[in-house]
Write a protein that binds this ligand. Structure first.
Ligand code: DLL
Length: 440
């Protein structure tokens, strides 16, 4: 057995589409792109109107690079056409609805035909396989079940893979631990922030996690520092999984065992990187906003959907042999930037800085306030129980080290408050790191 307890003889064979020669993959992409653009043109009024404004018809698509001439779709388009305005299938063919509340106002609604659910299961099977998950694995699926896509997405994928799926959903940490231990769980699926909470509770209750081998973590940004903490403390191998409701849910991209970027399931989701301000397509390798086009979606095709997620495309071959291009891990969204006294700060930078300093736990909260017209940022971070019992002088020194670490990463002096263990709210799903009290 190797460090990760992978099965002797390696992994089960994974799906062939992951390994198609590029010219063949691109031929599939072009054929599907033409079909999906035609479908959107015929059934989505908004898309037809925008194509018309540009004097474009689906037939004008001769090459994959022509995609850059097509109009974008943005989140507000889903809000403006709420609830069903972008559906491209009649309601009788829509077999599932999910919704995502986002941060403000009305939710957005997404629709699936049976063929879409089949694709979703397929990409989740490929995602699990890429992480080294296989038949015989016992998957504890602690992503939330319900309108959120995490629960059901991972559920059907796990079943289609032939693994045993425990549909426990998020929350009730005590029960999570009981199930994890008693049912011989080998794979955990949840947000990384929730897993930290579960792992902490496991340590306190002396629960044996030695059967647990793989974590499939996503739905929120998490840093390399966070990955290291998780792996060191629990001995599992932590993989990053990416997805969004508008495109399908989890399973748009996944880290293979190399874990050097996330392979995009490009035969179903076509990636581009654009300049977040101008919308211009950027050359491969540049950092920018990820734009995705669904190539096989029936009930709700998305053409050039602007994700707001910031990353870069990597096209160098991966040692795993997959020909699918990768994206770099997503540390930030173009809309989660905080501007503090003129300096751009992302929550992920704070996380990176905090994790460099010993003595703290990866539970933190960023609080923004305004005093005399000046923006202030306070970072509350939990200290370990051992450190908490230290003398004041040592705590003061830790606080200064943390402030210096943040200044080092973001170039801004902010105040750090050390919090007692277990005083910062834990999440069952996506962590909410920032509390903005500036306009209240
Ligand atoms: O979070 C789908 C999902 C479920 C992905 C379970 C992975 C695992 P939404 O609720 O629509 O869908 O949120 C999508 O979450 O645009 C990103 O900003 C963020 N996000 C998702 N995965 C990652 C990740 C699900 N691995 C939004 N890293 C996306 C960073 C992520 N951000």
């Amino acid at each position: 057995m190797n460090r990760w307890n992978d099965p002797p003889g390696g992994f089960l064979p994974v799906s062939a589409p992951d390994f198609l020669p590029r010219p063949q993959l691109e031929a599939v992409q072009l054929q599907r792109l033409k079909a999906v653009v035609t479908r959107a043109f015929e059934h989505q009024e908004l898309f037809r109107t925008r194509m018309g404004e540009r004097g474009l018809k689906p037939d004008d698509l001769g090459h994959l690079s022509d995609l850059g001439r097509l109009p974008f779709t943005v989140k507000n388009d889903l809000r403006d056409t709420y609830p069903f305005g972008l559906f491209a299938s009649p309601m009788e063919e829509v077999v599932r609805l999910h919704a995502s509340s986002g941060t403000t106002g009305k939710p957005i609604v997404v629709a699936y035909a049976q063929a879409d659910l089949d694709v979703w299961s397929e990409v989740m099977v490929r995602a699990f396989a890429a992480c080294g998950v296989h038949r015989g694995d016992v998957i504890q699926n602690a992503y939330g079940y319900g309108l959120f896509t995490g629960g059901l997405g991972a559920h059907y994928g796990g079943e289609a893979l032939g693994a045993t799926v425990i549909p426990i959903s998020g929350g009730n940490t005590e029960r999570q631990l009981m199930v994890m231990q008693d049912f011989g769980v080998t794979v955990i699926c949840c947000t990384p922030s929730y897993f930290l909470h579960v792992a902490e509770a496991a340590r306190e209750a002396a629960v044996d996690l030695s059967r647990l081998r793989v974590g499939v973590f996503g739905a929120e940004p998490w840093s390399e520092g966070m990955r290291e903490r998780i792996q060191e403390e629990t001995g599992i191998r932590a993989h990053d999984i990416y997805g969004l409701s508008e495109i399908i849910g989890p399973g748009v991209g996944i880290e293979c065992t190399e874990r050097r970027g996330l392979h995009i399931f490009e035969d179903h989701f076509y990636p581009e990187i654009v300049d977040p301000d101008s919308g211009e397509v950027l050359p491969e390798g540049s950092e920018g906003e990820l734009v995705l086009t669904t190539l096989s979606k029936q009930a709700m095709p998305m053409i050039r959907y602007r994700t707001r997620d910031i990353t870069a495309l990597v096209s160098e071959p991966c040692a795993c042999g997959r020909t699918l291009r990768r994206i770099r891990r997503i540390g930030r969204r173009s809309d989660d930037m905080m501007i503090i006294r003129g300096v751009n700060v992302f929550p992920s930078q704070i996380e990176t800085a905090l994790l460099r300093v010993e003595g703290t736990l990866p539970h933190y909260q960023i609080v923004l306030t305004r005093a005399s017209g000046l923006d202030q940022m306070e970072v509350r971070v939990e200290v370990t129980p051992e450190v908490f019992s230290d003398e004041i002088k040592q705590l003061e020194s830790l606080k200064h080290r943390l402030e210096a670490a943040i200044e080092n990463v973001v170039g801004l002096r902010v105040s750090v408050t050390l919090a007692e263990p277990r005083t910062i709210a834990r999440s069952e799903g996506k962590a909410r790191r920032v509390t903005d009290l500036r306009d209240v």
